[in-house]
Ligand binder design. Structure first.
Ligand code: GLN
Length: 487
């Protein structure tokens, strides 16, 4: 079978046109996707669970709706969802042994909205356990491999969702981003990934990692697909108290605009030692391209950038230690047969159920919240978080979008950073600040390294200004072509 005949080269926009025009059906498209998955998954392992029967049933229903004349942007289009989002009656393991047999009693709002837009969900994708990691090496069920080169990591924590799009299983997938978990795997897998403004997409039904940072967002092969997915999942939801009640703009409109009045800021703190020359070159290439499209490029400063990682690993671990307290072997998931009494059962269940990185973070988070240390760590981190937010407020007085690398290096090899957690944490150095500030960020493929591996460029915009991000990202995308991996 050639790549083209199984729709793996299609975008969501083109596949939805084919399905709606009757050129093909959703059942056919989903069947081809499932065949491709069966063929390539032994190598890639993007999914934790593929729901063959349910997907085909959903596709049949989509075809019925089309036959009745219904038209929706994603009607009949196959998509994949990260395994930390709930889907009624389906697994939601968060790639953790502690939730191995957990089935969700209800669906996440983002999942419901994606379905309401017509999408057909193929299954749940692999991730770092509880979204803690940057490579999917922390999945209790084994890592996902990068479709560009199976010896390198796909990034994380939403590595399965990024790889699913890069491998041509489906044109769109959902991930979650707490410190970079959409944008970093998008960079490593050569796809587009958007982390929306905090409050733009409902977190209802997303298993919480760090509640003040978590956001759900889409992956796609193109900026247009990401805009379509955002149109579907964005907007107010009364079930999430942090969801913000403001109208969701039609991001397809933003695709058509140009960057003529845009000032694009290049923060000098993002071009420091440790950034690979190829990455610098890609970002400079994007800046030049935007300048040719009429934008003005200016150097700016985000002076508190150097504190971002430290602040994140205090706040994120503190919130995680609190959020993960609920997995105690009583209410959810794995219960150990070992241990004396209730306390022993808790401790055995949690020790057996959580992997080493999750345990490390629970301990660190419990420590920074403990009495006597709270002021020195957690409170201090919250204050520095405000300084980081203020840096962005100042910057966006001068510029419309900020352009930076997404990651310091191209994708790394398996095992390269697992021995030293700090090295792993550093791969999110350029993505974490947007989560701390709550602003949106997008990653667009910016070129290939000398080894033929993807390099991403990141753009950020002010709160709720996804429109400017889409406009700038699409303007850049139009200036260059980007290949698909040969798998
Ligand atoms: N890699 C970062 C971490 O390990 C970010 C993860 C995320 O965004 N979920 O915490």
């Amino acid at each position: 079978m050639t790549a083209a005949s199984d729709f793996s080269g299609d975008t969501a926009a083109s596949l939805s046109r084919r399905i709606s025009s009757g050129e093909t059906s959703s059942v056919n498209a989903v069947q081809k996707a499932l065949e491709r998955i069966a063929r390539l998954e032994p190598r890639i392992k993007a999914f934790i669970k593929v729901e063959n029967d349910d997907a085909l049933e959903e596709a049949r229903r989509a075809d019925e709706r089309i036959a009745k004349g219904e038209r929706l942007p994603l009607l009949g289009v196959p998509v994949a969802v990260k395994d930390n989002m709930l889907m009624e009656n389906r697994v939601a393991t968060c790639a953790s042994k502690i939730l191995e047999n957990f089935r969700a009693p209800y669906s996440a709002t983002a999942v419901k909205k994606l379905r309401a837009a017509g999408a057909v969900i193929l299954g749940k994708t692999n991730m770092d356990e509880f979204a803690m990691g940057s490579s999917t090496e922390n999945s209790a069920f084994g890592p996902t491999r990068n479709p560009w080169n199976v010896e390198t990591v796909p990034g994380g924590s939403s590595g399965g969702s990024a790889a699913a799009v890069a491998a041509g299983y489906c044109p769109i997938s959902l991930g979650s981003d707490t410190g970079g978990s959409i944008r970093q795997p998008a960079a490593f897998c050569g796809v587009v990934g958007l982390k929306p403004t905090y409050g733009r997409v409902s977190r209802f039904g997303l298993v919480a990692f760090a509640s003040s940072l978590d956001q759900i967002g889409p992956f796609g092969k193109t900026v247009e697909d990401v805009a379509l997915a955002m149109n579907a999942i964005g907007g107010y939801d009364k079930m999430d108290s942090t969801s913000v009640d403001r109208p969701m703009p039609d991001l397809s409109e933003a695709l058509k605009k140009d960057v003529k009045n845009f000032v694009v800021g290049l923060p000098r703190e993002y071009f420091v030692e440790g950034v690979a020359p190829e990455v610098r070159k890609a970002v400079q290439g994007a800046a030049d391209a935007l300048a040719r499209e009429g934008a003005r490029i200016e150097e700016i400063s985000l002076p508190h950038t150097e504190y971002a990682i430290a602040v994140y690993y205090v706040i994120a671990t503190a919130e995680a230690s609190s959020n993960l307290a609920r997995y105690d072997g009583v209410k959810y998931g794995h219960r150990s047969g070992g241990g004396e009494g209730l306390e022993g059962m808790y401790s055995f269940s949690r020790t057996e159920g959580f992997g080493p990185e999750v345990r490390r973070r629970i301990m660190l988070g419990t420590y920074v919240l403990s009495s006597g240390y709270y002021d020195a760590y957690y409170l201090k981190a919250q204050k520095v978080r405000t300084l980081i937010l203020n840096d962005f407020r100042e910057a966006f007085k001068k510029c419309r979008v900020i352009l930076t690398p997404t990651t310091p290096t191209p994708p790394f090899k398996f095992g390269e950073k697992t021995a030293d957690p700090l090295q792993m944490y550093l791969s999110d150095i350029f993505t974490i600040s947007t989560n701390l500030a709550g602003i949106p960020g997008i990653c667009v493929p910016g070129g290939l390294s000398s080894e033929g591996l993807p390099i991403g460029v990141q753009m950020m915009a002010g709160h709720f200004d996804e429109e400017s991000l889409i406009t700038a990202a699409a303007a850049y995308e139009r200036t260059r072509s980007f290949p698909s991996p040969k798998i």
